[in-house]
Design a protein around this ligand. Sequence first.
Ligand SMILES: [Zn+2]
Length: 306
Amino acid sequence: MASRAAGTYPPVPEPLDHPVVDTHTHLDICTGVRLPLGAGEPEPEVRPDEDEEFPSLDVFFDTAQSAGVQRIVQIGCDLPAARWTTELVTQQSQQGRKWMLGGVALHPNEAPRLAERGMLDDALTEIESLVASNDRMRVVGETGLDYFRTGEEGVAEQQRSFRTHIEIAKRTGKALQIHDREAHADVLRILREEGAPEVTIFHCYSGDEAMARECADAGYYMSFAGNLTFKNADELRRAAAAAPLDRLLTETDAPFLTPHPHRGKPGGPYLAAVTARKLAEVRGMSEEDLCAAVWKNAETALGNWD
Ligand SMILES: [Zn+2]
């Protein structure tokens, strides 16, 4: 990566035999526009120095293209990031650059914070108007439940926010991207109770093989991130092997979840190539066949990119 931070980023892998999509990334955090402070995402173990220069959007674009990650979905998951995302996605499409679609929501850890200040309902209204404002905004996400970082006091507001996001996705005809951390049973139950949107995607899928079957039966997509490569992820790899091929997606959640052996370092969308290779290995498929399948799945789930 061409930046002062070059030493801290994993190398760009060899290009894939067939392109893939990074269906979930945070370029606002990758480029230093936003720090991952309030958003409640897992924080990188290696934090950039205060005066560090972040790589630019173009660097992330170029490295992604050269690794074969030709398309990305930019996700903004608090209000400032959601506004930034909508503006960026609009601007890229006005410039005729077709590589990016967008998604916005209030992260499950953000919902109780806004509720405490009496701002949750207005924020949800703004999320709906942002996602409806542009045809290149295709995703309501990431929303869902996070019982790892939010205690009991936040659960009711998280669930209310999740239910409203489900309604927004259905009203606007967008895909739903779910953040599910240590909340599998409640996420599945609320989806059943509300009726899931036509396209429902488990971002950074973290369930086991049994849950993968349940998701498959319900027609949900399972999107795998860099944690698929982690040493202790055998259960996750079994889930990835068991999921139907036509329900699989690839993503990074960059700058988080950087694949093994660079776990803990900041990453970028280009690292979806590493996860795609791992997915091919786990499923005993050629790189080309696996990548062609997940590329097609991303189009089926999210629509046309041209
Ligand atoms: Zn994310």
